[in-house]
Design a protein around this ligand. Structure first.
Ligand SMILES: [Mg+2]
Length: 340
């Protein structure tokens, strides 16, 4: 198989901020694997600066994987290709996610079935997705909530000194919407409990990552004192992280860019379920190509937060859409998306 890739700038509709800061531009690295018959599989890497990744580190990782990929005879050697990539260069999850997604795309195309069918999954069983509202000035938050009127679930980024004011606005504009909040590691454990007790009145579904990623004891403390369920995101990269989170949180957030792609995401889903943890499938700012890779697995999870492409000013891929919170996957083979 031949490996090609391209760095693509992504422009969000609005400047997007979380408790750790914001940005106006992002990059994806689009991977294409072409087999000997000229059939192509596509995958997307969304580098995460929080984990030290940039478009440049993704490209360097892909060069490190080139030997493993180009010496493989077919995409059906997925297990061996993943193992060889891991042997040649550890970590670099978003680059591995792009390679594995492209392999699944190619396998689906060769077998002429969508990936969800290959896995025996029924897309109608997938939970509705939330739409994320980043941290912003109150007036802008109000406008964003109005723009998101068709979504039955909103995920509100918190961790500011004006969280209550923001949630007041959201509830004013959308009294019946389901609201989940994400603090992105903003709080110390005691402050987290205080804030959660203040915010509880807004009828929240759960709180994502209240404390620092490494602070598993802190998660235990918050969960023990919180009336709302607690989900781990930054604390949970791959399946190895899950056993120690059991008891500390009520659920985990899986993202392709953190875990290394659909194969590891499947391992995480089963590991989490075995530890009685709920599972959310999340995303970064991504094109429909990245979202399509995650959405194939959505029938297996409890919560979806797959709005990455909906937050973009322009989506370079087509074949996936969201209507009233339901992610509509294409019935085309593979991941079901194509370059515009
Ligand atoms: Mg999160």
């Amino acid at each position: 198989m031949k490996l090609d890739y391209e760095v693509l700038p992504l422009h969000p509709k609005h400047r997007f901020a979380i408790a750790r800061g914001g940005h106006e531009k992002d990059h994806a690295v689009i991977v294409r694997l072409t087999d000997q018959d000229g059939m192509a599989g596509w995958g997307e890497a969304d580098p995460v600066p929080y984990y030290g990744e940039t478009p440049e580190t993704v490209c360097a990782a892909l060069e490190a994987y080139r030997r493993a990929i180009e010496s493989a005879a077919s995409p059906f050697d997925l297990q061996e290709i993943e193992a060889a990539c891991e042997r040649d260069l550890r970590r670099h999850a978003s680059a591995r996610a792009a390679v594995t997604a492209a392999l699944y795309d190619l396998i689906g195309k060769r077998l002429e079935v969508p990936v969800y069918k290959l896995l025996g999954l029924d897309p109608s069983r997938a939970p509705l997705t939330s739409y994320t509202i980043g941290i912003d000035e109150p007036d802008i938050v109000r406008r964003k909530v109005r723009e998101a009127a068709e979504y039955p679930i909103l995920k509100i980024k918190v961790g500011t000194d004006w969280d209550e004011e923001l949630l007041d606005i959201v509830r004013e504009e959308a009294p019946d919407v389901r609201i989940r909040v994400d603090a992105n590691t903003a709080w110390h454990p005691r402050l987290a409990v205080r804030r959660i007790l203040q915010l509880e009145k807004f009828d929240l579904e759960f709180v994502e990552q209240p404390v620092a990623a490494h602070d598993i004891e802190g998660l235990h403390f918050v969960r023990a004192h919180s009336p709302l369920p607690i989900l781990a995101d930054e604390s949970c990269l791959n399946a190895n992280d899950i056993p120690r989170l059991a008891g500390a949180v009520d659920g985990i957030n899986i993202k392709m860019a953190k875990c290394g792609g659909p194969a590891e995401a499947l391992r995480m889903i089963h590991t989490a379920k075995a530890h009685n943890l709920q599972v959310m499938l999340g995303c970064m700012l991504e094109t429909s190509l990245g979202i399509a890779a995650a959405a194939q697995l959505a029938p297996l999870v409890d919560y979806a937060d797959l709005d990455g492409a909906a937050l973009l000013a322009e989506d370079p891929f087509e074949g996936l859409s969201i209507a009233h919170g339901r992610v509509q996957l294409s019935t085309e083979p593979g991941l079901g998306v194509t370059r515009r």
